[in-house]
Design a protein around this ligand. Structure first.
Ligand code: PDD
Length: 286
């Protein structure tokens, strides 16, 4: 079951007009929210980022946080599986094709929920293979925009090479992955690139830094040079659907010892126990 503009429908029944600006221009924003034991994870943070993305494209939020929460609760209840992931998508609505914003047009709101398939233990044990590429996206990567063509092409480069993700570099610095944030470990210190317009402010990224802080893992938020990535002890990838994963090969070279490292193992454990805590209704990390 999906939600579309006020109705809960079977996905096969859902229809949108061809003049929807999401279809014509990619004019919209989205969120991906993991759901554990039927509870959306870090919901207020995801809704805050949604508001930020909407502000970034000058589109009014069609719902209050409590309305969103109620819609998501209903959709999760209508779908199977304790663990799901919600895909929430808002476009500037249906209008005659013209780049300029239309007047008096209601946004299109589409939400679906699918089973959440986190990385299998085998993959966590070996670690993921990644390639790298030049970050050729626009300069507002902090907006979670539905126009994802560069991300699609960059991630497909990885798939074509039997890799899982593409690590992006811009002007000699690491930005993020095509569909994830990237952390680097050097000299036992967890390094994270600073949030700015060149990367998506990941919700999982925040959780990882909070877990590092709460558990005494040395960490630093600073710009990370390409050569620091290529000579890292560990590389980690984070996203709402992949949680936290080790990258053990980059461009056909082993990362560190070529196997998941100590900082990954610690953070993975902390992340899993934090998830358990949130399912019991407590969302603070202390
Ligand atoms: N993508 N950077 C990019 C470009 C992403 O697409 C994502 C997530 C992230 C990680 O953000 P978060 O931790 O909030 O999921 C970073 C989602 C999962 C997607 O597009 O499917």
């Amino acid at each position: 079951m999906i939600y579309l503009n006020g109705d809960f429908l079977r996905i096969e029944e859902a229809r949108i007009p061809v003049l929807d600006r999401g279809f014509i221009f990619g004019d919209g924003v989205y969120e991906v929210i993991p759901v554990y034991s039927r509870k959306p994870f870090r919901l207020s943070e995801h809704l805050r980022r949604l508001q930020y993305s909407l502000d970034g494209i000058r589109l009014q939020n069609p719902h209050s946080d409590s309305e969103w929460t109620h819609l998501l609760e209903q959709l999760v209840a209508l779908n199977e599986g304790e663990d799901q992931y919600i895909y929430l998508h808002i476009t500037r609505g249906v209008a005659r094709r013209d780049h300029a914003f239309p007047h008096g047009v209601a946004p299109t709101v589409f939400i679906m929920s699918n089973p959440l398939l986190t990385p299998p233990p085998g993959l966590l044990h070996t670690g993921a293979v990644a390639i790298s590429a030049n970050d050729n996206r626009w300069l507002r990567c902090d907006i979670k925009a539905i126009s994802l063509l560069p991300n699609v092409l960059l991630r497909q480069m990885a798939i074509d090479e039997d890799a899982l993700e593409t690590v992006l570099f811009r002007d000699g610095f690491m930005t993020e992955g095509a569909a994830s944030n990237i952390f680097v470990v050097r000299n036992g210190i967890l390094l994270a690139p600073p949030k700015n317009h060149l990367m998506l402010p990941g919700i999982t990224y925040d959780v990882v830094l909070e877990l590092a802080q709460a558990n005494g893992i040395p960490h630093e938020v600073r710009a990370i040079k390409e050569h620091e990535v290529r000579t890292a002890e560990e590389l980690l990838l984070t996203s709402s659907t992949k949680e936290i994963m080790p990258i053990t090969r980059l461009d056909n070279q082993p990362v560190g010892e070529g196997k998941p490292g100590r900082i990954f193992a610690l953070l993975y454990q902390f992340y899993q126990s934090y998830k358990q805590t949130t399912m019991r209704g407590n969302s603070s990390i202390s």
